[in-house]
Design a protein around this ligand. Sequence first.
Ligand SMILES: [Ca+2]
Ligand SMILES: [Ca+2]
Length: 474
Amino acid sequence: MRIQLLLLLVPSVASAATLCFEAELANDLSYPFEIAEVEGASGGLALTIPEGAGSRGAFGKKDTGFASYFVGIPAEGEYSIRMRVRWNGNCSNSAMLKIGQTKPVLVSTKTFGVWHWVFAGRGKFSQGTHEIRIQNREDGVWLDEILVSREDLELGPDPLEPDTIPRADAASRPEPRVFLSSPTRGIRALPPTDFKLTHATQRVMPLPALRTLVLREKGSTRLVVWLRNSSASDATGKVTFVSPSPVEVKPNAEQTFRMSRGESLKKLCFEVSPGAGLHRGLHTAFIRVRHQNGRIEGRKLLLLRPLQWLVTNAFPCPGQLGVEAPSAVEEAIGGDFPGLRARAMWRVVGEDAITPFGLLDMRRAVADKTYVMAYAFTRLRAAEAGDYWLSVRHDDMVRIWLNGAHVFTSLQCAPSASTRKPVRVGLKKGLNDLLVKVCQIKNYWELGVYVFEQKPAAAGSEVASLLQVKEGTP
Ligand SMILES: [Ca+2]
Ligand SMILES: [Ca+2]
């Protein structure tokens, strides 16, 4: 309500030479862009790339996520574009903007943590419909409104009253588009101000271009399905959450929708929690939409029930080649869980130390210190012996032992969004011990491991009981 009142007070920019529209009303949208409810945004909504979602590869690449708008330009001329944005910080302060087939331009300022208008390029438009496209360059960004104008308006920090709704060609887009977002615990706190962040320059293995829901033991995870009606017609249909794995979906796995003429955006919510017997690891699910004309559309997503980890206390770690520094835990590797012989304090990681991206947050699980290292232990249960691929994300250096044998080391010190590596390992049938040493030099301290989707399956196993054995040991 507060935001609606604000909109009544701000000046209208309605004029033939000026168009203003909501950034959340994209005609098309791809991951990791999502629509989010946020204070201070026009309409209470903005487009965001959550902090930690990553740039998914090289900056400015076409396929790393986009928002697309089709805007009717009333008269030929030169127009400037401005966006109302909020940036999280120094490595979360830009996006790319592209008009039609022109080269994308960088949109960036050094103003952090507050809503403001930013110049986003200039271009000559003919009369008619043009595509304006925003491309992912980095995460931790918020986009509220877009202004296309022939006039140099004086803009303060406040939103403007939107006067345009981007419309796709009704013939090519007769049904509402389907966008997914997961706002539950979706945004991380900002790193402390003394953090030193630099952009990664190395080639990286991109993150999957799919929304992943991290399922919690306590409480549910919300999946929001946004329906964007770009046509001027009514729309009805049915949205179904489909999962071959045991999960609970509330209030209903199947929900109907009705969008009246002029209703551009509709929100449906699914609360998802693990069902009995859901193994620890990745699962595939789908959002299936049945439109009124009978057309069926599917959106794939991933469900992650995180591995259960045991972690040690923190040990000192040199900044250079710290992963080579040994400890009592490594002396005890071989044959079994090293905890009982390792002269280390082991504890079970709580759910609150698993990030919305399924990563083990070592700062929360172990200690918020720099120049330290700690060990994480879990077990994978393989249905059959064979070769498997692990997906490993780490921040910073990492070393992995499987069943007591060293299988992987990375000296890379970088955010976990840019250190994804595939690791080929041989698993034996049944339980396999996975021990990981994770070093922390600066900034975030995270670890992510899961088995790529494949058959035969290898799932995470319960390890909390190992500590109960220790308590009974004299
Ligand atoms: Ca907005
Ligand atoms: Ca780090």
